[in-house]
Write a protein that binds this ligand. Structure first.
Ligand code: 4NP
Length: 157
C-alpha cells in the first residue's frame, strides 16, 4: 500500500473477539490522532465468516466509546499478504496458521500484536472467548496499548 497510508490487518482465530476489538481500538486511536490508515481484521478460521463480533466484545468496546457492531467476520487470505503492510497476530498459534498460507512473495510483515507494546507482561493477547467478562477488559487493555503504539509510530513520535 502507499507509503503515506499504512495498511494494517489485525488477526486472531475467530475474528469475533480479539481482532475486531483491536481494529476498533485502532480505528478510534488513528481517528483521534488524525492519522489516515487502512485498518481491517480477519480470522485464521472460517468459523464466523459474516458474523458480527461477540456481544461481549461489542459491549466492552461500547464501554470504551467504540462501536464495532458493524464489523463482520472474514477469513485471512493469501491476498492479504500483498494488500497490507502489517499483519498483527493476537497469539503464537495465529502466527503459525498465518505462515501456512503466507505466499513466498508476501510484502506484508507478520508480527505479534504485543511486539508493539514495550514491557508487555504477555507476548500473546489472551483469548477471552471461553472466559468471563473480565477477560474482555484485559483484551481491551492489550489492544488499546497496541493501537496507541501504532499511532505513535505512524505519527512519527
Ligand atoms: P477470537 O476468539 O479468536 O479472539 O475471535 C475466538 C472466537 C471464537 C472461537 C474461538 C476463539 N470459537 O471457538 O468459536
Amino acid at each position: 500500500m502507499s507509503v503515506n497510508k499504512p495498511a494494517i490487518l489485525f488477526l486472531c482465530l475467530g475474528n469475533i473477539c480479539r481482532s475486531p476489538m483491536a481494529e476498533g481500538a485502532a480505528r478510534a486511536a488513528f481517528a483521534a490522532a488524525g492519522v489516515d490508515a487502512h485498518l481491517d481484521s480477519a480470522g485464521t478460521s472460517d468459523w464466523h465468516i459474516g458474523r458480527a463480533p461477540d456481544p461481549r466484545a461489542q459491549a466492552e468496546m461500547a464501554r470504551r466509546g467504540a462501536d464495532i457492531s458493524m464489523l463482520r467476520g472474514r477469513q485471512l487470505s493469501a491476498q492479504d499478504f500483498y494488500d497490507f503492510d502489517l499483519i498483527l497476530a493476537a497469539d503464537a498459534q495465529n502466527m503459525v496458521d498465518a505462515e501456512q498460507i503466507m505466499p513466498d512473495a508476501a510484502t506484508a510483515k507478520l508480527q505479534l500484536m504485543l511486539d508493539w507494546v514495550e514491557h508487555s507482561q504477555r507476548s500473546s493477547v489472551t483469548d477471552p472467548y471461553y472466559g468471563d467478562e473480565d477477560g474482555f477488559a484485559e483484551t481491551w487493555g492489550d489492544v488499546s496499548a497496541v493501537a496507541d503504539a501504532l499511532v505513535r509510530h505512524y505519527r512519527g513520535d
